[in-house]
Ligand binder design. Structure first.
Ligand SMILES: Nc1ncnc2c1ncn2[C@@H]1O[C@H](COP(=O)(O)OP(=O)(O)OP(=O)(O)O)[C@@H](O)[C@H]1O
Ligand SMILES: O=C(O)C1=C[C@@H](O)[C@@H](O)[C@H](O)C1
Ligand SMILES: [Mg+2]
Length: 181
């Protein structure tokens, strides 16, 4: 029997280290659709790693590339797209993604994020921070207004990747059965 496909793409948002890439890959596998990771797409298109892009073009340059790739992909992708932690840069991007697909917030507690990001190597947004906890807290504070606008969120506290994925599949089934678009 054919696995049911999605009628709209799925965009996973949330903080660095919340599990977007890990969950996205598993979710795509479970549903039987394609998976893409925005950070990987950017690295491939630029021929550089994310830290190299930050070094050469600073955050401003990276965000411009990220915006352009995201807007392009949003209209093309047919499966699951894991966003970067800072991809919801402004209200226009949130509105755009919510028109094209389902925006899901991977809601991981600050305590879990602090633990997972205690080594900031390879994460340019954190590498230069004097006080890591303060830096992560301020990113949370800035970004929550956008994450909270997702169609739905999934809390990850004390849940395995498999449990989270199953929860998303269940919620998606309900959302896809209704005409929210
Ligand atoms: N539910 C979970 N329980 C325990 N560990 C998890 C869970 N989900 C993800 N992780 C771990 O947390 C780390 C970060 O996950 P991942 O790279 O998928 O996050 P991300 O949201 O894609 O981060 P970034 O925005 O930096 O790309 C990985 O080591 C992953 O194995
Ligand atoms: O939270 C962020 O600002 C970032 C998260 C990563 O996914 C990458 O997109 C990059 O390191 C920036
Ligand atoms: Mg990721």
């Amino acid at each position: 029997m054919n696995k049911p496909k999605l009628s709209h793409p799925v965009f996973l948002c949330g903080m660095m280290g919340s599990g977007k890439s890990t969950i996205g890959e598993k979710l795509a596998d479970k549903i039987g659709v394609a998976f893409a990771d925005l950070d990987s797409v950017i690295e491939k298109s630029e021929g550089m790693s994310i830290p190299e892009i930050f070094e050469q073009k600073q955050e401003k340059g990276f965000r411009a590339i990220e915006r352009n790739q995201l807007i392009k992909l949003a209209g093309e992708i047919e499966g699951i797209l894991a966003l970067g932690g800072g991809s919801l840069q402004n209200q226009q991007i949130v509105d755009h993604l919510k028109i094209y697909g389902w925006l899901i917030f991977i809601d991981t507690s600050r305590a879990d994020i602090f633990e997972r990001l205690s080594d900031p190597t390879g994460r340019p947004m954190l590498e230069t921070a004097d006080e890591l906890t303060e830096r992560i807290n301020s990113l949370f504070d800035e970004r929550m207004q956008y994450y909270e606008q997702a169609h739905f969120s999934v809390q990850t506290e004390n849940k395995s990747v498999d449990e989270i994925t199953t929860e998303i599949v269940k919620k998606l089934t309900i959302y896809e059965g209704r005409d929210y678009h």
